[in-house]
Design a protein around this ligand. Structure first.
Ligand code: SF4
Length: 317
């Protein structure tokens, strides 16, 4: 599969088939904590970064087999709303496979554009991010395309809420001493109250990010922040649940491991959960892929993470 990946058990969406609408790494941001590597095409230009007809064909072939899924989720290696064909694909799924829910995981930077808001109208769940409200924090943390203005992004999210009738889960990704200061938290809470998401989800790093200097926020601090956000609906995002029965995996396990770690560096436990494979069995594949020079292991606080072998730049992805 070229544009589809998984299905994977996701933190927020159960069993989810991923659809990747932009190549690595097209994004309107270049976040310092990004788990899929540095942005190489920093842009707000919308176009068919991958051919929509090919995506539709792949989706049609896959969904016609009636796979056991909770969601079809647009996410992956960059920002999905940058693909100008997003609305066409969402409409295709809703018209032909209405039994599947649709989610869009987005950095939320383009909803000031009414066409982007219209494109996602038939989705069931939108998961936009908003990590900063003040200009300086936004620039330092998210390193945006130069055309993007944080006030405009916030206004776009408020407009989206007025038009979109599905659920909005607003994610805030915390990096210590960047956006967990008292003043930033107060502004984030005020703006989140205006966006009125069904849920505010607090997140921090649990895999290697783009910059090795970026560290996770402690669980204790996340809990303090969750308290601060109340009475707004807030939760700390937990780890993915193990799903014992997923019927529709790729047969080729090595390929599946490569697909997974190319999108997100993962521990052997993560991979074992995602692939529903015993750790001992999985380790044979990992050893082979390391011996072949295709992946490498990187030590982090939460354990050993496997990722695509570095191509010689300073990125940890
Ligand atoms: S974290 Fe998301 S929004 Fe930020 S650079 Fe990575 S892909 Fe883009």
């Amino acid at each position: 599969m070229k544009y589809l990946f998984g299905p994977v058990p996701s933190r927020r969406l159960g069993i989810s088939l991923g659809v990747d609408l932009v190549p690595h790494k097209v994004c309107s941001l270049n976040c310092i904590y990004c788990e899929v590597g540095r942005t190489t095409n920093l842009t707000i230009e919308r176009k068919e970064y991958v051919p929509i007809d090919e995506v539709l064909e792949e989706l049609n072939d896959y969904l016609a087999q009636k796979p056991d899924l909770d969601f079809v989720t647009f996410s992956g290696q960059g920002e999905p709303t940058l693909n100008s064909g997003l609305g066409k694909i969402i409409n295709f799924i809703k018209d032909n496979y209405p039994q599947y829910q649709i989610a869009v995981i987005t950095n939320g930077t383009l909803f000031w554009d009414s066409q982007v808001r219209e494109d996602v109208l038939r989705a069931d769940v939108l998961l936009p991010s908003l990590d900063a409200v003040s200009k300086m924090t936004f620039l330092k943390l998210n390193r945006p395309d130069k055309e993007l203005k944080i006030d405009q992004i916030i206004q776009g999210l408020i407009e989206l809420r007025k038009e979109f009738t599905g659920k909005i889960y607003l994610e805030i990704f915390f990096v210590p001493q960047m956006n967990d200061t008292e003043s930033e938290l107060a502004k984030l809470k005020e703006i989140a109250g205006k966006i009125k998401p069904e849920l505010i989800q607090l997140n921090t790093l649990d895999r290697p990010g783009t910059e090795s200097r970026v560290k996770p926020l402690s669980r204790k601090r996340l809990e303090e922040i969750a308290e601060f956000f109340k009475p707004l609906p807030v939760e700390i995002i937990s780890k993915p649940e193990t799903r014992k029965q997923i019927n529709s995996f790729n047969q080729d396990i090595s390929e599946q491991i490569l697909e997974t770690v190319s999108r997100r560096p993962s521990t052997d436990k993560d991979l074992s959960d995602i692939l529903n494979l015993h750790l001992n069995e999985l380790n044979k594949y990992l050893s082979e892929l390391i011996a072949d020079g295709k992946i490498e292991a990187v030590k982090q606080k939460r354990g050993l993470f496997f990722k695509i072998r570095d191509q010689g730049n300073n990125s940890t992805n």
